[in-house]
Design a protein around this ligand. Structure first.
Ligand SMILES: [Zn+2]
Length: 911
């Protein structure tokens, strides 16, 4: 149930916060950092609340569900006439519901309806006359006045009363005025009215009469037929002639302000009313976003076909839940955000018009509605915003989207039914392409509109439309768990103008995935796109290319819920230490800034800098150079550095940057890695654990101390609480040395620092491939102790500064003064990423040596100084003046000297 998380507010809040988190201005948001994923947790607070309640609700749900009785299979409801009298002063509901049905399959002489046992049934009718009834559990069995044959129409009335207050019906108030609400999903209709409470049997039409105190306004399904003023009360008569599932029948009652807007159908004709029932104190607040509703209806109509209930209305009725509920033709709204509005509106197509046949397939409702939030944004703000929305909805955890046990499992799991559900829709779009995808939706609608559907029925329709076999798709994504992890690399050949791309699926927690994968091949000419069909653990593809390939990306547009690990293919290790920050600036402000200012992570050596996070609002600490980039570190950049120092935290998203960085591949080619982080298990889970040669302890928690095990290192005192840490056994693998242990935090010593030295080194570096790990929050360690240790680790263990990566070129090699001043050809040329530019100076004096790109813009000034006569060589590493790698292309080197004038040569960088 968990309906109170409502549906879309959820994603809305997530989006708002996540997007906000990207902006420095919001860094003031200070979560409790003792919670492991505090920022994420604060974003996902509703989900957590849900999960906590899951156990408590499961039992109640099991009692509630009582799936259809056998008798219910023998009739098909055509109409409900609901006539209720609501007294909010006494919290009493009384009324009569008349059910009209057609007998199917076999003759019946009784008729079962679901009705909660705490409501009292006072009378029943059949065929217009009084009859008897019995009750068992939450089912009322009405004795029919005779046996009804297949095809006959049966009419049964039940008169009942009671107080249905609970999770599905509320007598609430807003600012002192009555606010009566219902929210019946998934199994709550029977809590307040007798019905056949099953999605597979929608009533073809309903009449809803509700009598309430005169000052109240009743919002419900379809069209308002009339209001009748009685002495102290008023009776609203709503009527819908569209098929409606029982859980989509609703009441929202309050002295609302009622406003209208109008939607013109795509085909023209009379406009349809959009009815807004607004809390009087919210009229100004809702106005701006409510005004978007008609544009949303139009955009969804363009994508999904005309609004399904266009002969009646759409509307919003405010209620007291912290979200929304897609009641048919009148969504109940606990907010007025744009995402909430688009989500509930999209449900009118997906959920209301086509309803999941049972709640095991809830993703057909929630996945589509959640995806529609992104789709709406795409229609008005473009595909980049769409992708941003999808990115935020990424869910990489376990669990199946299909809800196996609707009585006990969490139907409304926000990660699975909503977020990953939306990715199913997104991935279908990717697999099918827009033409077949939207044609498929149209056919799905055509076959199942005003009825219900299962995952398999959707699959069959999409297969029929696209001609594509989607069995594996649905099997792996709906009934399987997790996602693929692709590791890939490429080489030139076998033929001219060919490359061979190899893609491995390296996930270990689930089986192989069958998916088409987009491939983008980059070259100086711009590149080419391919799509490869992938289903095996390791698969190679020969691609015909029309230019020299500089790099290859797979799934560049993120059509797949996956992780991608590019391989580090041509490491140069030429640039020393790359320091990567994974500690959230806004949260750990002074702790992390002071650590950087004391240069504790880099042993006092020079380094380049990379930041997992966006630039902090106040700029970077003085001790840090401008970062080369943000997020995950790309493979080609990684390979330029001989050592990576990663300062992690698993907080607010840095772990994703780690996952996006091909660390394992980097180690295998010979890069060295120092990882300092809390929650280490998440970083090292799987093959990196094996690489490091450790075995995790089942303990995790707050560290007690950090004692050096080897003589060259020193103990590290803590400067703050070291909670949320994972530890390992002190026994380690043959190539691994335990560096630090905790002897105070657990029952016995636990490993919290280790170093592995692979005996063979890495493929591109004999002494490389070393990894050192130190557990603990890296910003709550004694600075002097850390600095002493990183000095040893980087100098003695890793051999930094490392200069064995490339043939060292002396920058200035004066020789005998040449006769003329000349700029010689650079070598190599073409080059990747570095080249040497030799020149001879006949006379000493001021020299300017600069690089320009093909458009004549200055890339970097390499020399601007007085130089002696003689031959000189200057190396260029393919970086601009800010240290950023420049792209492939043509560059000009220009030498300006006192006697030789200006000389220019052309060179080509091919990445
Ligand atoms: Zn929803």
């Amino acid at each position: 149930m968990l309906h109170n998380i409502c549906r879309s507010t959820l994603l809305l809040v997530i989006l708002a916060l996540a997007l906000a988190a990207m902006a420095p201005a919001v860094m003031a948001h200070q979560p409790v950092d003792d919670d492991p994923d505090a920022l994420r947790a604060s974003i996902l607070a509703h989900r957590q609340a849900e999960a906590d309640r899951k156990g408590a609700l499961a039992k109640k749900q099991a009692e509630a569900v009582a799936l259809m009785t056998p008798n219910m299979a023998f009739y098909d409801v055509t109409h409900y006439d609901i006539d209720l009298d609501l007294n909010p002063s006494s919290n009493m509901l009384s009324g009569t519901v008349i059910t009209t049905a057609t007998v199917v399959d076999q003759a019946i002489n009784t008729l079962d309806l679901d009705l909660w046992s705490n409501l009292t049934v006072s009378a029943a009718t059949s065929g217009g006359g009084a009859t008897t009834f019995s009750r068992s559990g939450h089912v009322v069995t009405v004795t029919l006045d005779r046996t009804y044959a297949v095809g006959e129409e049966v009419v049964v009335g039940i008169t009942y009363s009671g107080n249905p207050a609970g999770e599905f019906f509320g007598w609430s108030s807003h600012l002192g005025e009555h606010m009566i609400w219902t929210l019946s999903e998934p199994f709550g209709a029977r809590h307040w009215w007798p019905c056949k409470d099953a999605n597979v049997d929608k009533a073809d039409a309903l009449d809803i009469h509700v009598t309430v105190p005169s000052n109240l306004i009743v919002a419900s399904q379809g069209l308002l037929i009339d209001t009748v003023n009685n002495i102290d009360t008023v009776t609203y008569h709503w009527q819908t002639n569209y098929p409606t599932a029982t859980y989509l029948v609703s009441l929202a009652i309050h002295p609302y302000v009622y406003q209208s807007d109008w939607y013109t159908p795509l085909a023209g004709g009379d406009p349809m009313e959009i009815a807004f029932y607004i809390y009087p104190d919210h009229v100004d607040d809702v106005a701006e976003n409510y005004a978007l509703t008609k544009d949303m209806i139009r955009q969804f109509a363009l994508g999904y076909g005309e609004y399904p209930f266009v002969n009646e209305k759409y509307g919003h009725a405010e209620f007291n839940w912290g979200g929304g509920m897609e009641h048919q033709t009148i969504s109940s709204m606990g907010g007025w955000s744009e995402d909430l509005i688009s989500h509930e509106l999209a449900h009118q197509w997906w959920g209301d018009m086509v309803t999941c046949a049972d709640f095991g397939h809830i993703w057909l409702n929630e996945g589509f509605a959640t995806w529609s939030e992104a789709y709406w944004k795409e229609t008005i703000e473009g595909v980049e915003v769409y992708r941003q929305y999808m990115d935020i909805a990424s869910y990489y955890g376990g669990g199946t989207i299909f809800v196996e046990d609707v009585e006990n499992d969490n139907i409304f799991d926000s990660n699975l039914s909503y977020n990953k559900g939306s990715w199913i829709v997104h991935m279908l779009r990717g697999v099918l392409g827009d033409v077949d995808f939207f044609a498929g939706l149209a056919e799905y609608r055509a076959q199942y509109e005003y009825g219900s559907a299962t995952t398999e029925q959707l699959r069959d329709v999409l297969e029929q439309v696209s001609g594509r076999d989607l069995d594996a798709f649905f099997e792996q994504w709906i009934y399987g768990e997790y996602y693929p992890i692709y590791s890939y690399g490429w080489t030139e050949g076998p033929g001219a103008n060919q490359i061979t791309l190899t893609i491995d699926q390296v996930q270990t927690n689930t089986g192989l995935f069958t998916m088409p994968i987009e491939v983008h091949v980059h070259s100086a000419a711009g590149g080419q796109g391919f799509t490869v069909e992938n289903s095996e653990a390791s698969q190679s593809y020969v691609l015909d290319v029309n230019d020299v390939v500089s790099s290859v990306e797979i799934d560049p547009n993120k059509w797949i819920l996956r992780r991608v690990q590019a391989s580090v293919t041509n490491p140069t290790f030429e640039d020393g230490i790359l320091l990567v920050n994974g500690v959230h600036w806004g949260t750990y402000d002074t702790e992390i800034t002071s650590a950087f200012n004391d240069s504790i992570y880099t042993g006092g050596q020079e380094f380049a800098f990379w930041d997992c996070f966006p630039t902090p609002g106040g700029g970077y600490p003085a001790s840090l150079p401008e970062p080369l980039g943000h997020g995950g570190v790309p493979a080609d950049l990684l390979g330029q550095y001989s050592t990576v120092v990663w300062v992690g935290n698993n907080y607010a998203g840095d772990l994703n940057s780690w996952y996006e960085t091909p660390i394992q591949s980097y180690l295998e080619v010979g890069g060295n890695v120092l990882l300092m982080t809390r929650r280490s298990y998440s970083y090292l889970e799987g093959s990196l654990t094996d690489y490091l040669g450790i075995t995790w302890s089942s303990d995790s928690g707050t560290l007690g101390n950090c004692l050096a095990v080897v003589s060259e290192l020193v103990n590290i005192p803590f400067t703050g609480q070291q909670s949320w840490n994972d530890v390992y056994r002190t026994a380690v693998g043959p190539n691994t040395t335990l560096l630090f242990q905790d002897t105070a935090g657990f029952s016995g010593p636990r490993g919290i620092g280790a170093r592995v030295v692979p005996p063979e080194g890495g493929t591109h570096r004999e002494d490389g491939g070393q990894m050192v790990h130190i557990a603990g929050r890296p910003y709550r360690l004694d600075h002097d102790a850390v600095l002493a240790n990183t000095t040893v680790i980087l100098d003695d263990y890793f051999g930094e500064p490392y200069n064995g990566g490339t043939t060292a070129v002396p920058e200035d090699t004066p020789t005998v003064a040449p006769a003329v001043t000349v700029l010689e050809p650079n070598y190599p040329n073409p080059f990747n990423p570095q080249t040497v530019m030799p020149f001879r100076l006949a006379v000493g004096g001021h020299v300017s040596l600069s690089l320009f790109d093909a458009r004549g813009r200055l890339v970097v000034r390499l020399k601007d100084e007085s130089m002696a006569a003689g031959r000189h060589e200057v190396r260029w590493n393919g970086r601009d003046g800010a240290g950023r790698s420049v792209s492939s292309g043509t560059y000009f080197v220009r030498l300006v000297t006192v006697d030789g004038g200006t000389q220019t040569r052309v060179m080509t960088l091919v990445r």
